[in-house]
Design a protein. Structure first.
Length: 116
């Protein structure tokens, strides 16, 4: 019985050492695709967001009703994975917000669509 318990300990030690040898740290530096300016125009409750698209890039507009630590960023409905078909053409998105309510926007971009 003692021999079996010792074998289990030995196997556990080998497994722990093997697991430790298989670990490594990977450093990945993320470079922005390109700087993009998001223009926001508001008239009463109508908000128009626009930017210049780059072919092969997918854009998603996010919004929050507060800034800082209280910000809860959400994807703007109908503004997810917007593909830029042609470079240099404006992409325009609309939003409706109560006139007295603040809203903040940000634009994300990637070479592939976001997963839903």
């Amino acid at each position: 019985m003692r021999r079996g318990l010792g074998s289990i300990r030995w196997l556990a030690l080998l497994w722990a050492l093997g697991a430790g040898l298989g670990c490594m740290t990977i450093h990945e530096e993320v470079q922005p695709l390109r700087e993009t300016t998001l223009t926001v125009a508001r008239s009463a409750g109508d908000v128009t967001l626009s930017w210049i698209g780059v072919r092969g890039t997918y854009y998603t507009v996010m919004f929050a009703d507060a800034m800082g630590g209280r910000a809860r960023w959400q994807i703007l409905p109908d503004a997810i994975n917007i593909p830029a078909i042609v470079s240099g053409e404006p992409i325009i998105v609309h939003d409706r917000v109560a006139p007295n309510r603040p809203r903040y926007y940000r634009l994300t971009q990637d070479r592939k669509p976001l997963l839903p």
